[in-house]
Design a protein around this ligand. Structure first.
Ligand code: ARG
Length: 443
């Protein structure tokens, strides 16, 4: 049964039905739809727009429908056009005439705007929780690894020594910013569009303050045209998700590199790896690769909605139905990725000796030799050149700077004394970097 059959005489073409329907994907927010309708019905009753008794029957009927869906007794299926039609038809079937009063002073335009906002808000709150769990895992890794030395990289070339705590601390900053971005998005999102009607409000004395409060919003939206045509909050959320996924992807990339046979900084647990159908020895970092790979579809959701919204005249246009499928996909993808990353980190083995050994070769302390010379009065640029010569010498001998004898050091610069070894040890290099934000300054 269509909500709008009255004006039509011809049958709707099959392909048109299939192209137009949204039940197959908007069924996902049945709960938000019912919650919104309950608030609307209560308000209609309180305002005397419909009889109080009908409002009570509507609310009871909707609560029962919600329970039956959650218990699996009522399946959301059939030929209803969308979730709004489905619930309204089910309600009327159950409670009769009063059910037909529910849609008084409301349009599917403000209804869907509300549902999508409520759904996004629930997802957003849930996402903050998952990110906080990830942050707790990072905290644990950081506090366990303040003295786990490893090379830091620029251009993927060993640069200077750092600690695992410092390296993971960078990701902690990224995910903290993600949480704070989500909170910003939530604050702007939290205005209630219900009561905007099709776009011009209604002639009924709706109490929009009441429904906004009932539904946990800070206030009702200010302009009814904007209320039904605004999807900024969803674009913002998709940007937040894209950024989270980008951070996860970067971390995945590092894990993939660290897990290679060449590095062996980490060993991903069996639970987060898969094998090869032909090569018996293989254990592949598929989950990290998939998190990295799925970044494309999350960016795609953001791009898709930006393009959908780009040329839309006010107010509601059916184009906006396209805000859902890719957004839902992005929400699922990022949620799963955050949960999987947390589990992968928790179960991963950190090969600390490998990291430390790697930090000791590759001349990661070359800057520290130069700084030592600066402390002995050599200008930095001159010191830079002298250390270059020392590195050449090491390469010839195939050894590290620490392995040079004092005579060899002095053959390049006679300002070098026996205290050089202490000055360029891994511990000194890291611990002396006490600039705010540097590895030696980590509490
Ligand atoms: N399924 C629609 C959507 O997602 C619901 C709103 C329909 N409104 C309308 N005037 N046809 O946007």
């Amino acid at each position: 049964m269509k909500l709008w059959g009255g004006r039509f005489t011809g049958e709707t073409d099959q392909l048109v039905e299939a192209f137009n329907e949204s039940l197959s994907f908007d069924r996902r927010f049945y709960k938000q739809d019912i919650t919104g309708s309950i608030a609307h019905a209560r308000m209609l009753g309180r305002q005397g727009i419909i009889p109080e008794d009908d409002a009570r029957k509507i609310v009871a009927g909707l609560e029962e429908i919600l329970k039956d869906i959650e218990d699996g007794k009522l399946k959301i299926e059939g030929d209803a056009e969308d979730i709004h039609s489905f619930i309204e038809a089910e309600l009327t079937q159950r409670i009769g005439e009063p059910g037909k009063r529910l849609h008084t002073g409301r349009s599917r335009n403000d209804q869907v705007a509300l549902d999508m906002k409520l759904y996004t808000r629930d997802e957003l709150d849930d996402m903050i929780g998952h990110l906080e769990t990830l942050l707790q895992e990072l905290d644990a890794i950081i506090s366990d690894n303040k003295k786990t030395y490893m090379p830091g990289f620029t251009h993927l070339q060993k640069a200077q020594p750092t600690t695992l705590a410092h390296h993971m601390g960078a990701y902690r900053e990224m995910f903290r910013r993600d949480v704070s971005r989500l909170k910003d998005t939530r604050a702007r999102l939290n205005e209630c569009p219900l009561g905007a009607g099709a776009f011009a409000g209604t002639t009924y004395p709706l109490d929009r303050e009441f429904t906004a409060r009932e539904l946990g919003f800070d206030r009702p939206t200010a302009n009814s045209m904007d209320s039904v045509s605004d999807r900024d909050y969803l674009l913002e959320y998709l940007f937040d998700l894209a950024t989270i996924q980008m951070h996860l992807s970067r971390l995945s990339e590092e894990i993939i590199i660290w897990n290679t046979n060449e590095y062996r900084f980490v060993t991903i647990s069996d639970a987060y790896s898969t094998g090869s159908s032909i090569m018996p020895q293989k254990k592949n970092p598929d989950i990290a690769e998939l998190i990295r790979g799925k970044t494309g579809r999350v960016y795609g959701a953001l791009q898709s909605l930006l393009v959908t919204m780009k040329g839309l005249p006010l107010a509601y246009n059916k184009d906006m139905q396209e805000d859902k499928e890719m957004a839902f996909d992005a929400m699922d993808t990022v949620r799963h990725s955050v949960i999987l990353m947390t589990g992968m980190l928790k179960s991963m083995q950190w090969n600390k000796e490998r990291m430390e050994a790697s930090a000791k070769n590759g001349f990661t302390n070359a800057t520290d030799v130069a700084d030592y010379l600066v402390r002995k009065g050599v200008p930095f640029r001159t010191a830079h050149g002298l250390v270059g010569e020392l590195v050449l010498l090491c390469e010839k001998k195939n050894c590290a700077l620490d392995d040079l004898s004092i005579e060899e050091f002095r053959s390049v610069c006679d300002k070098i004394d026996g205290d050089i070894y202490d000055a360029i040890s891994l511990e000194t290099c890291v611990n002396n970097r006490k600039t705010l934000g540097a590895p030696g300054a980590m509490e």
